[in-house]
Every structure is written in structure tokens, then in C-alpha cells.
Design a protein around this ligand. Sequence first.
Ligand code: DSN
Length: 404
Amino acid sequence: MKNHILELINQEKEREEKTINLIASENYTSKDILKATGSILTNKYAEGYPAKRYYAGCEIIDKIEQFSIEQAKKTFCAAHVNVQPHSGSSANIAVYFSNLKNGDTILGMSLSSGGHLTHGHKVNFSGKIFNFIPYNVSPENEHLDYNEIRILAEQHKPKMIVAGASAYSKIIDFAQISKIAKDNKCLLFSDMAHIAGLVAAKLHPSPIPVSDFVSSTTHKTLRGPRGGFICCKAEYGKNIDKTVMPGLQGGPLMHIIAAKAIAFQNAQTKKFKDYIDQVLKNAKIMSKTFQDLGYRIVSGGTDNHLFLIDLRNKNISGKQAEELLEQCNINVNRNTIPFDPASPNNPSGIRIGTPAITTRKMTENDCITIVHWINEIINNKTNENFLKKVKAKIEEFCKKFSIY
Ligand code: DSN
């Protein structure tokens, strides 16, 4: 019998190889990490924590989880780490549930300003369970408006402020938000999922010393397996652990926890720092090239691994651009822009990120080539012949940058 799923995995591998991936939250993990995620560790139940398990046979499992915790602590200089959350969203649920009660007031960045669903959107558990007050970027320069955060904190007396974003291209001043939280006697929770790799490489200010809790995923700029983790001040450690398990989860995914350890270790190397440095250079040159071609970049440019393009002057919606580019083997994702007059399903912008292409060793000149292709595709959106020719060129180009 043919294995249908293995065949589909091969097809997906081929798709990845011949596509330029500019989805800001995606990356390609290493062979070692793939090996760990596909390992026999998936066989083991290990509810509990190292040396406090509810199952027999956890001697080696304990060493793996302890090592993963130690590596995360070292990478991020964190006092306490829990590596068990299955995802960024489950890490965020655990942070909220560990210290807050249903209905408590929290400040979080609105989704349309670049925040995340789990930062209080009304369709998400966060917005349903807690009283979220959204803060926005400034309408003038589309940068975070720290003054607005302070005013909202004074007005609403929240129990917690959530810092962090999934579509914001400027540096986040965690220290300033921490001061607002302290002045208003509330907790600071920073979600560094997007910038974890930048923080590990010390190329973005770290939220860890100034936050009570920090959550993250491991698969974005950190280039690890799909998963989450939480760092917190020592005093909150017990509560976080209890909330993750037994509060929210049962058995940890030990194959993923092992793979996370490899990613944390990799992130401590000079090679990783050089990688992140190139991610930033690539994002800068791409956003500048788009600007030179007449595209409006939200917030005026980028300081990190991503940026948003406002497509309103280009006579194409975010969804149309996403679909058109996909037709030519370029993946981006449609995204709302701040104060977007259009709907989230068909917003006015696209989000572009450079972590994945940088893992494939693409550099500035390649980025310029890609931007020109995107521009030509958008300008020739109804010319099927032209689109076919660009697609063929892109497939050829991708062959120079094998992923595995
Ligand atoms: N949706 C992810 C992103 O693409 O940013 C975050 O969960």
C-alpha cells in the first residue's frame, strides 16, 4: 500500500523548495531539529515536570526537559522557564490564567495595529474571558504611542499590560512599557514570539529583564520546532508551571521539547547572530526598494524582520496580491494595516518577512531581485503570459537556494 501522507509530504517539500517564502512568521528548521521532532521521543508520556512525573520510565526524559529549560534560561537570561506549552497561544493562555481572574482588565495592542488574536481580540478566548482595552499605533507615524498606553493604563487601572506584536516593524520599547506598568501597579506580559530570534541574538532590546512574564513561539525567527515556551520572574515560576500542567495541558510533547533545546543552543552561537543580522539587512533593503518603487511602507520602514505594505495606491487588495503572488511561487500573507478601512479577510496590505529566505542564504541582491519581481507581478496582474514567465524564472532562481 502506498503511504498517501508520505507522498504528500514529498509534494510539500517540493513546493517549499520552489517557492520564495516571505511569510514573516515562517522559517525552515535544521536537519537536527527535524530529526528530534521525528524521533522516538514521541512515544513517551511524561505528565509532570523533571523529577516529579506521573509516569514510570522518565529518567532520560527528565534529562532532556531539564537540558531544554537550562538552554532557554541561558539563551534569554531568564530566571524561570517552562518549555511545555504546545504553542504560542497556549503559552499566552497560561500566562493570563496563572495570575488573573475572569473579567480582569488587560491592555493589549489591537490586531489592526499589529497585535495578535490572543492579545484580546473579541473572537478569541482572550477577548471573551477578559476585559481587554486595546491600544493602537499613532495615526500620524504608525509607531507605538507610549503616551496613549500610559493614559489608558491610568484610566482603566488594568491588572496587566500585554506588550508585543505580530505585525509591527519598529523596535518595541519594553522598558518604557514596564515603567508604565510599574507606575500603575500592574503586571507586564511581553509576547516576543516574532522577535525571539532577534532578542536571542541581542539585536532587539530584551523584554525579559523588565517583564513579569514573557511568552514566545520557537518556530519563527528562533528557527526551532513548532511550539511555545514561557519565561517569568522566579516568584511566578510555581504558578506558571501549575497552570500549564495540570491546569491546561496533559502530557508534554517530548520530541518537541528536545527539538526546542537544540534551537535554544543554536541561538547562542555567532552563526545565529550573523543569521539574524542578515535577516535585518534583508528586511531593510526590501522595504527601501519597495519605497523607491512607490510603495507605502507602514510605519515608514522596518527595524526588524518584517514590514507591511499599504497597497491602496496600487489598485490591488491584500488578498488579491497574496493570491497573485502565490500563482507565481511567492508566498506572502495578506494583513490589515493600521486603521484599515477594509475587512480583515480582504485587507489593504500584505506583510513581508525575511527569516525564511535568509535561512536559504539569500542576501541583499537577491532581495532586490525579489522586490522587482513582486512589483512586476502586481503591475502585470492580468497578463497571464507574463505571470507564467516570471513563475518559471522564480522556480529557476529557487534551485540556487536548496533548503535541505
Ligand atoms: N499568526 C502568526 C503570525 O503569522 O504572525 C502568529 O500567530
